[in-house]
Design a protein around this ligand. Structure first.
Ligand SMILES: Nc1ncnc2c1ncn2[C@@H]1O[C@H](COP(=O)(O)OP(=O)(O)OP(=O)(O)O)[C@@H](O)[C@H]1O
Length: 351
């Protein structure tokens, strides 16, 4: 179990990057940490790995407090966390197998044991036939597999993944996420994934936390967080595509259909509206299957505000969360997203 208790980090100069963070991640869970640029994600990683200690509070892994442990106990605790990076950080001069064996060499593991372990790891990540290739001879996905195998070399209990798929295309991303899930199932490790990609969270995470200005704003099981419609994280996880030609003063009904909804699909919903003589059209909609359940968000545009209120009330009666929003609010949200994406892209280019 990973436990952060009142973790704060204040940099010299006075920037509070983490502000009383409390977080518990049970064994074997895949936990996503999301947040906008500057929210404190990198700082949290550095504190978790012990590279940059927290200013106050405690971080413990399997009951060992990283701030209190010394000598061999600290080394052991640090080794219990394996790191996977966005850009793999592989050594170009070494083959895949030599990259994987590198941390074992540093730890002084005898050659015979190293060979056995590397063999096992190559098999685990599906790269046995690429063992003698250098990073430049591997695809982005294969390089990330080497990075994952290397992170697992010291048999960590926790895999800490920093934007593990941000540099990969969507097909390769899916394969890497599938691999991470298989490794969790097979090895029983706990996985923390720091990402700005909501699709990664939807696809693989059991639970998720939203970090905002150094604080955990919302944390919980994925489906619970999505169904907590008041939470900004819910809107980010099931986001809507841009809506064409909305005027600032337009009134929209935003509906979230989740597990508790009595209406299973959009078709039924619209039959219901028309049976009540309500004229409305869907401006935008997203339906995702998450952990085997369908979750959908819709923007419905009625003709008048009075109709919008009527529709929202009717949806609520059928267990569908519905609230009114305006064209101006939708536009402001879209602009904030675009700004964040542009910043993430810029950072990617700078690296
Ligand atoms: N070494 C440092 N010294 C002073 N301030 C820092 C330092 N590192 C980060 N900060 C500040 O701490 C805050 C959190 O930064 P951090 O890099 O952890 O955010 P982030 O969520 O990882 O952002 P991004 O997604 O853009 O990488 C920011 O205000 C940042 O300017």
């Amino acid at each position: 179990m990973i436990e952060l208790t009142d973790v704060s980090k204040v940099y010299p100069g006075g920037v509070t990057a983490l502000d009383s963070v409390n977080l518990t991640i049970p064994d074997g869970e895949i936990h996503g940490i999301v947040g906008r640029s500057g929210a404190g994600k990198s700082t949290l990683i550095r504190c978790l790995t012990g590279l940059d200690p927290a200013t106050s509070g405690s971080i413990s892994v399997d009951g060992v407090d990283l701030g209190q442990a010394r000598g061999g106990a600290l080394m052991k605790a640090r080794r219990s966390i394996g790191m996977v990076f966005q850009h793999h950080n592989l050594l170009d001069s070494r083959t895949a197998e030599k990259n994987i064996s590198h941390p074992l060499e540093i730890a002084g593991v005898p050659a015979k044991e190293r060979k056995r372990r590397v063999e096992e790891l190559l098999e685990l990540v599906g790269l046995t036939d690429r063992r003698r290739n250098h990073p430049s001879q591997l695809s982005g996905g294969q390089r990330q597999r080497v990075g994952i195998a290397r992170a697992l070399a010291a048999e960590p209990r926790v895999l800490l993944c920093d934007e593990p798929t941000s540099a990969l295309d969507s097909g390769t991303t899916r394969q890497i996420l599938e691999l991470i899930r298989r490794l969790r199932d097979r090895l029983g490790i706990t996985v923390i994934i720091i990402t700005h990609e909501m699709s990664v969270v939807r696809e693989i995470c059991d639970s998720v936390s939203l970090l905002s200005e150094g604080r955990i704003e919302r944390s919980g099981a994925l489906l619970d967080v999505i169904q907590d419609t008041g939470s900004p994280l819910s809107k980010e996880l099931i986001s809507l595509p841009p809506t064409a030609a909305l005027r600032p003063g337009d009134t929209l009904v935003e509906a979230l259909m989740a597990e508790s909804s009595q209406l299973a699909d959009v078709g039924q919903l619209f039959s219901l509206l028309s049976s009540h003589g309500l004229d409305a059209r869907v401006e935008a909609g997203t339906i995702e299957t998450i952990q085997g359940r369908q979750v959908g968000r819709l923007h419905i545009k009625p003709t008048t505000r009075a109709e919008a209120e009527q529709i929202a009330a009717m949806l609520r009666d059928h267990g569908i969360h519905a609230e009114l929003t305006t064209g101006a609010e939708v536009e402001a949200e879209r602009a904030a997203h675009e700004e964040d994406d542009a910043r993430a892209e810029q950072q990617e280019e700078n690296q």
